[in-house]
Design a protein around this ligand. Structure first.
Ligand code: HEM
Length: 800
């Protein structure tokens, strides 16, 4: 099943709007999903329910052994913990090393000069094999310390002899790897008839590849640190302190088979994908001269022309960050031609995928243990609804529109979640990444980190155990605060000193008390209680909210109180207390079908409310501060419990947006039967709903039509104006979980205002609350350990 075939077949047979299908192949069935929500669940949020299939290990093992790319389960975890720290180091991005080999490539190309009048050009040649040689030379030098020099044999010097070990076959190592890989592919294509393929030649290639690695490993194990010192003089650029992956791994394990497998896994994973991508980039540049000259112009402007006698002095981070167009070109090439176009996972236990089921394909689907799911990376990058009508056009500019395209699981050329590619440098925050290089070396992904948890309840031991498995080097301290609003720390001052990750409701240190803090996870969805604290306003330490934790229960509260009001439950409850069977108000009862719900603030709560309202047959109008016109901008980038909310922004039939009062009034006059206030409290939203807004709701004959539900914060509504609107019948009724002031005093007029349901700020309560906060914390810790952008980050300027 080729990548292009997947797109064609689903589009033709099921339509462009179907993204998850069950495909029967001979005697078994395979799920194919090009839905980013499902992919996110498999790779990240529910990754413990999934693993790569057994076939990956079975097919690659003879060539590569059990390493980070080929292994599964616990073996993979151990592998990943072993090799990952190497990829957080500066040296892995040694541009000097790459430059030497690129120069070699240029010399090779120079030799391909054409004859006759075309003399100033090269003759026609195939660039791709040269690129494979280039990446082979780079990766072998980076991994084993000594390049295969497949580009220029004359660079090879005589290697010392190790008794009992054949010298590595540098001449043919590329061929052996390629032939081994080709055999594995053919075998995969033969599927259950794979036994038909003779193995003799394959075994020869595997043995040659192993011998190559073993020679360096033997030398390293015999001689120890600096094992190549004697032959380093072969290239003047090599310094004694240069970085060699094998050397570093050998400081952690001395097992020769483990060293062979891990280094070969990285060699093959890194070399081939990079060469393919380079090939595609040149392919697209050759066909898009406009892109080529724009890119070239920006590079020349920033770095000047190449002068062979001068060192370029270009740093890796500078290269990445100073010309965003380079990233746009690379991203666009990876979108058009993801070099790993198909991936897969297998359910290790009975589980669900959040979407694809039900009449509209929005419900979760059950996936039994053992079921294989194909992830067509290529097909996701070809979805018109995500990328626009020009999805088939190579257009790097798309990455720069709307202030820079952010992407999630619809664009995963490097995989995603826990098995994300190790060779990908993080997309953002170079400073933070650099910081982690200084602080973390060794074997744990969060080495040097300390998590401090201050919570109003005991944290479950299983969670702390899980952390110990995932981050063996992480220090954890957990304290229980005595009171909800407590601001002082329930532990000695020194405990703050080495904290890097903090989980808290209200207790926060000063920047001086916790100088190493890198990430604060708040347990609340709002951040308004920390906005004025020095740790928040005077530092760049990211604060993340528990956004997403409240969606399910608050949405239930909103719909629950609305239905209670519509079906007159409070009145019947009063009558029940008096034992009165009174059916006199039957004609006053109304249902929700085809009513319009307006959601002011379309965040995680609003989105889950929209899901429930849609299920009841309501229409949804959404209001957001910033316009959400494209499918990408409609998306929810914050954490969402699997299968819930509206991650893609598909429920609203109308979107409204803006900062001004008139923008708000346009939304309020869109014929709303229920208005849900779900916007954060900031200086801009204080008294957002006052007399004028209630007038707008009641204008044009809509008096007494709208029911107002406030689950945000009391001061978003002007309480006295609300009381007037209720008493005068401008609005139909109100459900308030929050009031201004809070607690609402005994004698407050609001208690006895007509048509109001009041609860004491409890809509966010759920026995599942803590479990969801911990899921966010863990997810963010995984992202922190990989140098990735955290989810639910508070924008320090907007205050939410
Ligand atoms: C354009 C270049 C590259 C692309 C497109 C790419 C793509 C990928 C993808 C899609 C995966 C995930 C496979 C999965 O989900 O099972 C992956 C994994 C991996 N990549 Fe890359 N890769 C590239 C370059 C590199 C480089 C340069 C290295 C190392 C030097 C590397 C090392 C790895 C390793 C070790 C894994 C396995 C990680 C694990 O399973 O835990 N990759 N790569």
């Amino acid at each position: 099943m080729g990548p292009q075939y997947v797109v064609k077949a689903i589009d033709a047979e099921m339509g462009k709007n179907v993204h998850t299908v069950l495909v029967p192949i001979a005697d078994y069935e395979l799920v194919v999903t090009r839905d980013p929500a499902n992919v996110q669940a498999m790779l990240a949020t529910s990754s413990t329910d999934w693993d790569v299939g057994k076939a990956r290990n079975a097919s690659w093992r003879p060539l590569l052994g059990d390493g980070v790319f080929t292994s599964r389960g616990e073996a993979w975890k151990r592998s990943r913990a072993l090799v990952r720290p190497q990829f957080t180091r500066d040296q892995i991005n040694d541009l000097g090393l790459i430059e030497r080999h690129v120069q070699q490539l240029f010399s090779t190309i120079d030799c391909l000069q054409a004859a006759g009048p075309e003399k100033s050009w090269t003759k026609q040649f195939d660039l791709q094999p040269l690129l494979f040689n280039l990446t082979l030379d780079i990766t072998t030098e980076l991994i084993y310390g000594y390049s295969a020099h497949s580009q220029n044999k004359s660079e090879r010097i005589q290697l010392p002899t190790i008794p009992g070990y054949d010298n590595p076959d540098r001449e043919n190592i590329g061929t052996h790897i390629d032939a081994g890989k080709a055999w594995i592919e053919t075998r995969g294509a033969l599927w259950k008839y794979r036994w038909l393929l003779p193995t003799k030649q394959f075994n020869t290639h595997c043995a040659a590849v192993h011998k190559y690695a073993d020679w360096f490993i033997r030398l390293r194990l015999q001689i120890g640190d600096g094992f190549l010192a004697d032959i380093q003089h072969e290239t003047s650029q090599c310094s004694r302190s240069r970085y060699i992956l094998l050397d570093e791994l050998a400081k952690v394990t001395q097992d020769p088979v483990e060293l062979r497998s891990q280094t070969l896994n990285i060699l093959v994973a890194g070399r081939d994908a990079t060469a393919s991508l380079l090939g595609w980039i040149f392919y697209f540049l050759a066909r898009h001269p406009g892109v080529f000259s724009k890119l070239r112009g920006q590079i020349l402007e920033r770095f000047g022309p190449y002068i062979s006698s001068q060192p370029s002095g270009i740093e890796f981070q500078e290269l990445r960050n100073s010309i965003p167009y380079i990233n746009s070109v690379i991203n666009e090439a990876l979108r058009m031609a993801p070099v790993i176009p198909l991936n897969e996972r297998v359910a290790v236990r009975d589980t669900v995928l959040p979407r694809g089921g039900g009449v509209h394909g929005n419900d979760p689907i059950f996936v039994p243990a053992g079921k294989q799911v194909l992830i067509p990376t290529y097909a996701m990058a070809r979805r018109e609804d995500i990328w626009g009508h020009d999805v088939d056009v190579f257009r790097p500019e798309r990455w720069e529109e709307c202030g820079g395209r952010k992407f999630g699981f619809e664009f995963i050329p490097f995989g995603g979640g826990i098995r994300q590619c190790l060779g990908q440098s993080p997309p953002d925050a170079p400073m933070r990444f650099h910081h982690t290089i200084e602080n973390r070396s060794g074997s744990g992904t969060l080495r040097g980190h300390k998590l401090l948890m201050i919570t109003p309840w005991e944290q479950p031991a299983e969670f702390i155990d899980q952390l110990a498995v995932e981050f063996p080097d992480l220090k954890v301290a957990a304290y229980r605060q005595q009171e909800w609003e407590q601001q002082t720390a329930p532990f000695p001052e020194e405990e703050w000193q080495d904290v890097t990750i903090l989980l808290t409701f209200t207790v926060l240190p000063t920047p001086k008390q916790a100088p190493r803090l890198e990430y604060v996870q708040l347990m609340s969805a709002g951040a308004n209680h920390v906005l004025e604290l020095p740790m928040f306003k005077d530092t760049t330490v990211p604060f993340c909210t528990a956004n997403g934790v409240h969606g399910p229960q608050i949405a239930e509260w909103i719909i629950g109180t609305y239905l209670a009001f519509q079906h007159r439950f409070p009145q019947y409850h009063d009558k029940q207390k008096e034992a009165r069977w009174d059916r006199s108000d039957l004609m006053l009862i109304d249902d929700a079908v085809q009513k319009t719900i307006g959601i002011l603030g379309y965040g995680s709560i609003g989105r889950q409310t929209a899901r429930l309202a849609t299920a009841m047959g309501m229409k949804v109008h959404a209001y957001t501060l910033h316009p959400r016109e494209t499918p990408t901008s409609k998306r929810d980038l914050s954490w969402t419990p699997p299968g819930l909310g509206d991650p893609e922004g598909v429920f609203p039939s109308k979107w409204f947006s803006g900062h001004s009062t008139s923008d708000l009034h346009t939304f309020l006059s869109s014929d709303l039967d229920i208005l849900v206030i779900a916007t954060p409290l900031t200086p801009n939203t204080q008294y957002l709903l006052s007399a004028a807004e209630f007038e707008v709701l009641a204008a044009n004959g809509k008096r007494g039509k709208t029911f107002v539900s406030n689950i945000a914060r009391g001061p978003v509504v002007n309480t006295l104006d609300l009381i007037t609107a209720l008493e005068e019948g401008l609005i139909k009724g109100a459900a308030l979980d929050v009031t201004d002031p809070e607690p609402l005093p005994f004698s407050h007029q609001l208690w006895s205002t007509k048509n109001v349901i009041i609860t004491p700020h409890v809509s966010g309560a759920s026995t599942r609350y803590n479990e969801r906060v911990l899921a966010i914390l863990k997810y963010n810790m995984e992202r922190l350990s990989k140098g990735e952008e955290l989810v639910n980050k508070v924008n320090k300027e907007d205050g939410y």
